[in-house]
Design a protein around this ligand. Structure first.
Ligand SMILES: [Ca+2]
Ligand SMILES: [Ca+2]
Ligand SMILES: [Ca+2]
Length: 153
């Protein structure tokens, strides 16, 4: 397991899947990511989009908290240690703030951003996102985190 795979086995993997799965449709993820509509996804736009998408996606009962069961349903391999590390106040529920803190600590979104930004100009084009999506699709079946990290290698 490489560093990116470790990051993705956390919360970021779920959001990445949302992005890559919907970036080629009409009401697509790229348009929602590009909040200032300048045709490119900045680092801040990517980070804000991913944090929001991941949380919404994982919080299936919409109570604004992620339980261990909810997290496990998108990532069966999430460990008790990982959950505890993310649940900063130890109340067995992860709030949006706790999730955002975990993303910033892991640095997983920054790592992912760099992998998708293949021309290294500091912003994501629709073409870069679509190319990454295509690469993920080409990976052999496996967990989302594994497929995304293989595609990024
Ligand atoms: Ca933008
Ligand atoms: Ca908590
Ligand atoms: Ca770029």
């Amino acid at each position: 397991m490489n560093a990116l795979h470790r990051c993705l086995s956390g919360l970021a993997g779920c959001g990445m899947l949302v992005l890559v799965a919907s970036c080629t449709t009409t009401t697509d993820a790229f348009s929602r990511l590009d909040t200032n509509r300048d045709g490119s996804g900045s680092r801040d736009e990517f980070s804000a989009y991913m944090k929001q998408e991941v949380f919404t996606r994982v919080d299936t009962n919409r109570d604004a908290k992620v339980s261990k069961d909810e997290w496990q349903s998108v990532n069966p391999k999430v460990s008790e240690a990982k959950f505890r590390k993310t649940d900063l106040n130890g109340d067995r529920a992860i709030t949006r703030q706790e999730a955002d803190t975990a993303f910033d600590r892991e640095g997983s979104l920054t790592t992912l951003f760099r992998k998708i930004d293949t021309d290294g100009n500091g912003s994501l084009s629709r073409v870069e996102v679509a190319a990454f999506h295509a690469k993920v699709q080409q990976q052999p079946a496996g967990s989302p985190a594994k497929r995304i990290s293989s595609a990024a290698n």
